[in-house]
Structure formats: C-alpha cells, structure tokens
Write a protein that binds this ligand. Structure first.
Ligand SMILES: [Zn+2]
Length: 430
C-alpha cells in the first residue's frame, strides 16, 4: 500500500504515499456548455523569452535561451515568443539562432508597431510577428504621443507589410483595459478586415478583474472573426483567473511565462494555467502537453533567474501534494480524490502524508508503521499515535523522532510490556 520514498528530493519529515487507482467522480468543474468557449481548445504563446526577459532578475545568454526554447518546445507549447530583434544586436542574433533550431513550436517576435522594427524582424526567420502599440490615453499622452488615427494608419501599413512576407501577424493594443472601448473596437475591426491572424488584448498593468475580462473578450468576439490572444499581468493576483475567463469568453490564445516571470511581478504562469486547465479539460491538456516536464522547466528557469519556486506554487510548490491534518491523511489514504483535485502522478510527482506532527492521526501513523515493516493492532497504533502527539505538543518533530517513538514502542510490545498511554487525545485531528 505505502512505501518510503527514496528520492533525493523527498522532504525529510514526510513520507511518500503510493497512489491507489484514483477513482475520479464526475467533475463539477467541467466547462459550462458554451459554443464560444475555448477552454477545451486553447493555444499557449509562451513568452518566457520575451516577457520573462523583462523580469528584474533575468539575463538570458544565448545558450540559456536555446535551452529554454528547446524545453518549452518539448513540453508542447504552440508558440514561443522572443524579444524584439530591435532591442539589441544580440537579441537579433539570438532570434535568428532560435529560428534555426527547427522546433515544432512556431517562433514569434514581439515588436513595436513600427515599420523599421517590422522590417528587421521579418529578416530573422520567425514564423510571425506580434505587433503592439499603446492605446490607452495614459500611453498615448505620456508614452508615444500618437492619436488613434495615426495608430490605425500605421497598424494597417505594418500588417500589410508582414502579410506580404507570408508571416503570421497579431496586432495588440497595450493597456487594453484602460483604453476607450469604442476606439479599441474600431481599431480591432479595422485590423481584422486587413487580415490579421489574431488581435491581442493586454492587461499591461494588471488592473482587470475576471468579469471585466469576460465582458471585453465576449464583446470583441462579436466584432472580429480572427483569433483572440490575451495577456494578463498579475499585479492583483488575477492573472490565471483572467486567462481562464478570457478562454471562457471566446479567446483562443493565452500568453504565459514559466513561473510567471515578467515585468514587475509578471504574467499568467505556465504551470498555474495548466493546473487550472487540467481540472477543466483533462483530456485536451493531457493529450497536448508533457505535464511531467513542468518541474524540470520551472527548475531550469528558476535557476537561470536565481529565484526559488514559491512554496505555494501550483503543482511544484514543495507542499502542493502534502497532506498533514489527520482527517485529511485518513481520507487521502483511502482515496486521494477526497482532498486532491490534481493528481501528482500526472506531473511525475509524489504525494506525501505529513505524519510527524500533533495534527497527525492514527491512520497516517498506521501507514508509517507498515512502511517500517512493523506489525501492531489498531489499538496499539492509537497508543503510539498519542505518544507522537505528546512529543509534538512540546516541540516540532522530524520524521526520525516519530520513527524512534514507533520503534521503541514496538520494542516495548515485543518485550511483553504494555505501552502506557500518556493521556493525549487519540486519533484524528482536523
Ligand atoms: Zn506584459
């Protein structure tokens, strides 16, 4: 039933628990029936090598960029977005180098809505250009200083040029949620008629709420016939929820970065989005993405930008599949679906039961007794559980402390002495 985990990465106060066949009841989180919803057929535009390069700690040399691009390609992302070749000479060379790798993913680069940038980009060998320009009054007045008529005219010229080169083209506004809705829809309608592959909505400042996202995307869905790409910053913690709502409303593409790295505190994280989408559309997600590679990719990027994976990260946070309270442990040991909506096995990860604490319960301890190869009656397990709780009430204990209590109690039993209970409450803690 259970066994000790021997992997080097196993935390030292936890025990790994083998999965039983996981029986999943009918899923209450299945998408609502809506023919415009794309939660079961979305595409990922992975922007670690563009948005992620804007993360405060990021410096990717060519070798690191290639490693990340290959890892993302292997994982199964649809597109990889790169920094504009207009940013620097090395950025241009790196863009060319990645285009030559022959990856399955399409390679995009993200450029200003400017003919000089577009001309430079089409020469690098990319499959498409993501063109962007600020449309909010803040950016029009304080950034590029152009009015909507100028923006529309320039956009149409650049789009025409990129299309003439046979490349994909996306046109996106920047700071879409603080742009005038009529301006925005007129602009998108014009570029849609000009034949863009996608229009993009960007919550550049992270101000949008899921409901606002839903409303804007659903409105836009009625105005354009092309695909809709979305880009959400995480300043108020809504980046995954906003991406999900955008897909529900009819968006087709979501921008992500590994661990969510990007400008300020970043954008929708790849792993977190897939956790969300796996719950909603398990068949689609499992058929398309090699989920067991997610930890490796996150570790690669975390190391490159010198950060640790956050403890509460979806899927790969160190405690994402660790169960502690006795009542949880008991249920998990019977059927993991009781307290898990995600199955760690889908990501090549291990489920743990934390039994060395005062919140433990006798079912978790019974599992550990079995793992240690010892035999006890349920009453005896309850007795030794009380001893573990008593010590854990005094100080934090490690797995070795709990194991010592179990072994010495077992020895006492073998020597013919009844272990005396110490009066601590038995069994389950909630
Ligand atoms: Zn961004």
């Amino acid at each position: 039933m259970c066994q000790t985990d021997n992997s080097a990465s196993a935390p030292n106060d936890l025990v790994a628990v083998d999965s039983r066949p996981v029986t999943r009841p009918s899923n209450p989180y299945q998408p609502v029936g809506d023919y415009l919803s794309n939660v079961g057929r979305f595409k990922i535009i992975e922007s670690t090598l563009r948005e992620g390069e804007q993360f405060a700690n990021a410096y990717f040399d060519t070798e690191t960029k290639i490693k990340i691009a290959k890892a993302l390609d292997d994982f199964g992302v649809d597109y990889i977005e790169l920094t504009s070749p207009a940013a620097s000479e090395q950025s241009r060379l790196d863009c060319e180098a990645i285009c030559k790798l022959g990856l399955k993913a399409k390679i995009l680069t993200h450029v200003r809505c400017d003919m000089r940038d577009a001309k430079l980009a089409v020469e690098t060998g990319v499959d498409g250009l993501d063109i962007v320009i600020g449309t909010s009054s803040f950016l029009r007045e304080h950034s590029h200083g152009k009015d909507m008529a100028y923006i529309t005219k320039t956009a149409l010229e650049v789009i025409e040029f990129v299309k003439s080169k046979g490349l994909e083209v996306r046109f996106s506004s920047e700071d879409s949620f603080r742009s005038d809705l009529v301006d925005l829809l007129s602009l998108y309608s014009a570029v849609d008629k000009a034949g863009v592959n996608r229009v993009g909505i960007a919550d550049t400042v992270g101000c949008a709420s899921p409901r606002q996202v839903y409303d804007l995307v659903r409105t836009l869905r009625g105005v354009v016939s092309c695909d809709i790409e979305t880009h959400f910053h995480n300043d108020t913690g809504c980046a995954i929820a906003n991406a999900f709502c955008a897909l529900e409303a009819g968006a087709t593409h979501v921008d992500t970065s590994v661990l969510g790295i990007g400008e300020r505190n970043g954008i929708t994280p790849l792993g977190g989005l897939l956790a969300r989408m796996l719950v909603t559309s398990p068949d689609y997600v499992k058929s398309k993405y090699k989920l067991h590679l997610i930890k490796e990719i996150e570790d690669l990027v975390a190391e490159a930008v010198e950060v640790n994976t956050p403890f509460n990260n979806p899927i790969t946070g160190f405690c994402a599949f660790t169960h502690k309270a006795g009542i949880h442990a008991k249920a998990i040991l019977n059927n993991p679906s009781t307290y898990e909506i995600l199955n760690p096995e889908d990501f090549g990860l291990t489920r743990y039961v934390h039994f060395a604490s005062r919140l433990t319960g006798w079912n978790a301890v019974k599992t550990r007794v079995g793992q240690l190869g010892l035999v006890m009656t349920d009453d005896q397990v309850k007795e030794v559980t009380a001893k573990i709780k008593a010590l854990a009430d005094v100080r934090p204990i490690a797995i070795d402390d709990a194991d010592s209590i179990i072994r010495s109690f077992h020895l006492t039993l073998q020597n013919g002495h009844d272990g005396q209970t110490n009066g601590a409450a038995p069994a389950v803690a909630a």
